[in-house]
Design a protein around this ligand. Structure first.
Ligand code: NAD
Length: 487
């Protein structure tokens, strides 16, 4: 069954969402649909005063509702009902997501929405299982480590997987007993608003979560600087992450989780299953048109199989057909904006001018919207921005190596360390690579996250601080207090 829809038929939530009601706002930042470039809405920008109100509303709702002081199982029940409602409303959520973002409706439905519901249940289940500790002391004393929520968490999310990124932040923060002020990306705010509306329908206290719309410099800054925000959880680019750390430091001290960018290698040894590797490598750079933090953008291949692998990847890339996100099926996604597709063009053009060759791609599709052809670049230099910078598009560079030592050295990026893929039939080599690669995740003979939400995700080096998913993210949403009792 096709889930295609008419983009004009979708009712978008309007305005900020504060205290359980929409706060309409006029004007704002122009929003264009990536699939056809049509200007369809404006995103309001919340000033600092509205962020103040959102933070105060979250604090008040948390106290009045007893969200963090009640039996934790009560939180579990509400979050489970929220996940159920997300599933029940999946078609609406998927259409809202597909309209403004780069997520084809079919993928939004079976991927983003379904996984978000699943992950909210996963985080919910920690609320009454994760706790503090009793510690060894003299018998005349009792020492314990208590954990408690931060109060209000400030969450800031990117545009590339709007709903699931909101779920990554809201699920653990709420399960851990916090209120949240969340700012979705100014390019794709709608699914977050609707998801929060659903949470309240499921029984979440009104005003516990408030959604403020806006950009980084105004609304984002107001959140990270706010003294009433106990912790910041951010996913986005490394540049914005650096700005956020600086802003927090200028206004005080508070913990910050940063899930940032990457330039991840996929390393294929000659003994690998080449058909499997071709499939995984291609999907690893073309899923969501390469606009994925974990995109496997640097292919490192043992020289003896480079030709065979390149040919297999070229054929797979050329088989991908673009399509509007509302067209149904599983088309190649558009690029999010004219600005971003222009940046991709500039990096590829420069690489070619410096001597690289595009085995396929290297240009836009000739059609409305912002669609870029999956591109395989060979003959790139080590210092080319195509090799060093996060492109956030369907552009794969191919470089060859002779030995395992050389592969490991090439895999390390000077600043990024988010993910990596290794393809080999030699288990000992796979484990040597897994130990040696400086990255927060290593996938072996596969590429991409599974639905095992227990595996934390997060970067080394400038790819981030802290983790999302796993037990770690729940724990990071609570702070520790030592209590020592003289008996
Ligand atoms: P971005 O950094 O431009 O924006 C992300 C969010 O931060 C947006 O909501 C934006 O308004 C806000 N923002 C920007 N500057 C800010 C500032 N100074 N203070 C506060 N908020 C600010 O990123 P993007 O283009 O939306 O997303 C793409 C980036 O996100 C890529 O670099 C990608 O790798 C990264 N990403 C990382 C992960 C991960 O798990 N590591 C997941 C998804 C995306």
């Amino acid at each position: 069954m096709s889930h295609s829809f008419d983009p004009a038929s979708v009712d978008l939530p309007r305005g900020h969402y504060i205290g359980g009601a929409y706060r309409p706002a006029e004007g704002g930042l122009e929003m264009h649909r990536p699939s056809d470039g049509v200007l369809y809405a404006e995103c309001p920008v919340a000033p600092a005063e509205l962020v103040d109100e959102a933070v105060a509303t979250s604090h008040a709702a948390r106290i009045a509702s007893g969200w963090s002081s009640q039996r934790p199982r009560e939180r579990v029940k509400v979050l489970h009902r929220w996940a159920d409602l997300i599933e029940a409303e999946a078609p609406t959520l998927a259409r809202i997501e597909a309209l403004s973002s780069t997520r084809p409706v079919e993928e939004a439905l079976t991927g983003d929405v379904a996984i978000t519901a699943e992950q909210i249940r996963f985080f919910a289940e920690m609320a009454d299982k994760e706790g503090g500790d009793l510690v060894p002391t003299a018998d005349s004393e009792l020492g314990m480590i208590m954990t408690e929520p931060y109060g209000v968490v400030g969450a800031i999310t990117p545009w590339n997987f709007p709903l699931s990124m909101a779920g990554w932040k809201l699920g653990p923060a709420l399960a851990a007993g916090n209120g949240v002020v969340i700012k979705p990306s100014e390019m794709t705010p709608w699914s977050t608003l609707y998801a929060v509306e659903l949470a309240e329908r499921a029984g979440l206290p009104k005003g516990l979560v408030n959604v403020v719309l806006g950009d980084g410099p105004v609304t984002g800054n107001a959140i990270t600087a706010h003294p009433g925000i106990g912790k910041v959880s951010f996913t986005g680019s490394t540049g914005a992450g650096q700005a956020i750390m600086g802003n927090i430091a200028r206004h005080g001290v508070k913990p910050v989780t940063l899930e940032l960018g990457g330039k991840s290698p996929q390393i294929v040894f000659a003994d690998a299953d080449i058909a499997l590797a071709a499939d995984c490598v291609t999907r690893g750079i073309t899923a969501n048109a390469g606009q994925v933090c974990v995109a496997g953008a640097r292919l490192l291949v043992q020289a003896s199989v480079a030709g065979e692998l390149a040919e297999a990847i070229r054929a797979k890339m050329e088989a991908l057909a673009p399509g509007e996100t509302w067209a149904g099926g599983r088309p190649l996604s558009p690029i999010v904006s004219e600005r971003q597709i222009g940046r991709i063009e500039a990096i590829v053009t420069r690489a070619i001018a410096e001597g690289a060759e595009a085995l396929t791609g290297g240009e836009r599709f000739d059609r409305p919207g912002y669609f870029y052809r999956p591109t395989l670049l060979i003959g790139v230099t080590d210092t080319s921005p195509a090799v060093t910078e996060e492109i956030f598009g369907p552009v794969l560079t191919l470089q060859t190596f002779e030995t395992e030592e050389e592969a490991l050295a090439m895999a390390q990026h000077p600043t990024y360390g988010l993910c990596s893929g290794v393809y080999t039939r030699d288990l000992a080599r796979a484990m040597r690579m897994a130990r040696g690669i400086e990255a927060g995740t290593v996938w072996i003979n596969r590429y991409g996250r599974s639905r095992d939400h227990i595996l934390p995700t997060g970067g080394y080096k400038s790819s981030g601080i802290g983790k999302d998913l796993g037990r770690e993210v729940y724990r990071a949403n609570r702070r520790q207090k030592s209590v020592l009792i003289g008996l």
